[in-house]
Design a protein around this ligand. Structure first.
Ligand code: ATP
Length: 165
């Protein structure tokens, strides 16, 4: 609920993919590139990008005003016609420019690349650490690991964005 004007374009607030009439608008596309320090995760022509920035959810259609924002550990969704691409983003930055959308992520996986048992194990490890009384536990680190695991599980399950849990 922390959107502060993000996602507003032409007076229309993009509240959720598929409900704002974007399919009736012109079919202009934009390039979405997602890179991590390890690899290029995605390079695709897409119509719409929905990401969770530091100031809230951000919907980007072609021609969006240029900006740079941090990205939360959260799902990122891209759409083109009937195609929907879901990515798990483990924090980073996003730049919107006339050339397209570039995401620089600490880690990122496409939904189909996610190793679900591994994410479940990471979730259990983080939960155990958070539940332990050990004073040496780095709480922030365990919370960040738990968030990455939860986002991976959500994206692997085809989860929609929007939930802030
Ligand atoms: P783990 O404890 O399982 O390593 P992590 O959250 O500490 O998880 P990261 O540091 O975010 O892992 O990522 C390290 C590398 O492993 C990155 O390349 C990331 O894309 C990949 N990775 C992490 N978890 C998964 C997963 N469940 N499925 C596929 N790739 C993963």
């Amino acid at each position: 609920m922390s959107s502060k004007g993000w996602g507003v374009r032409g007076g229309e607030r993009i509240t959720a993919p598929g409900v704002s009439g974007e399919s009736r608008m012109s079919e202009k596309l934009q390039e979405l590139v997602v890179v991590t320090p390890e690899r290029e995760v995605l390079r695709e022509q897409v119509r719409f990008v929905l990401a969770r920035g530091g100031l809230g959810e951000l919907g980007v259609l072609p021609g969006h005003a240029p900006l740079i924002t941090t990205l939360e550990t959260a799902p990122l969704e891209a759409r083109r016609e009937n195609k929907r691409i879901m990515l798990a983003i483990a924090g980073g930055f996003m730049e919107v420019s006339p050339q397209g959308v570039v995401v620089l992520a600490d880690a990122a996986e496409r939904a189909e690349e996610i190793d679900v048992p591994r994410a479940r194990r990471a979730k259990e490890r983080a939960e155990k650490r958070l539940a332990s009384k050990d004073l040496d536990i780095d709480i922030r680190r365990a919370e960040a690991a738990l968030k990455r695991a939860l986002v991976r599980l959500q994206v692997a399950a085809g989860g929609e964005m929007g939930g802030q849990e």
